[in-house]
Design a binder for this molecule. Sequence first.
Ligand code: HEC
Length: 103
Amino acid sequence: MAETTVTTVPQNGIDPISGFVIKPGFEIVRANCTACHSAKLVTQNHMSRERWLTTIRWMQKTQNLWPLPQEKQILDYLSANYGERTTGRRAPLPANLMPSISK
Ligand code: HEC
């Protein structure tokens, strides 16, 4: 009798829970980047490593994002899978132009 393999990894390589591309580090990103907003806010963006870091710093400064001991892996993942595009939508606003939330 043929064995049935039940797999939770979808064929298209996209995590069905978050929508993140399943590549090394995606669990870390899923654990740290979906608590306050939808993963879509992450996956719809494409930026350079430097801009991802700027975005993380902006959230840490103004949005109570916690320190990220695994920041390097997060940046590796983001820049590899949601890196800068040469075409498409305009570049996101730099962090210093983002609205700040007064407390
Ligand atoms: C502590 C809460 C919190 C966590 C955790 C968090 N963010 Fe955010 N993030 C925010 C808030 C608040 C905004 C602004 C949302 C809005 O404008 O609707 C935001 C906005 C963003 C944006 C949009 C910025 C832009 O230029 O439009 C991106 C991209 C983003 N976050 C990525 C991430 C990534 C990647 C992580 C994981 C490292 C993360 N966020 C974790 C609070 C958080």
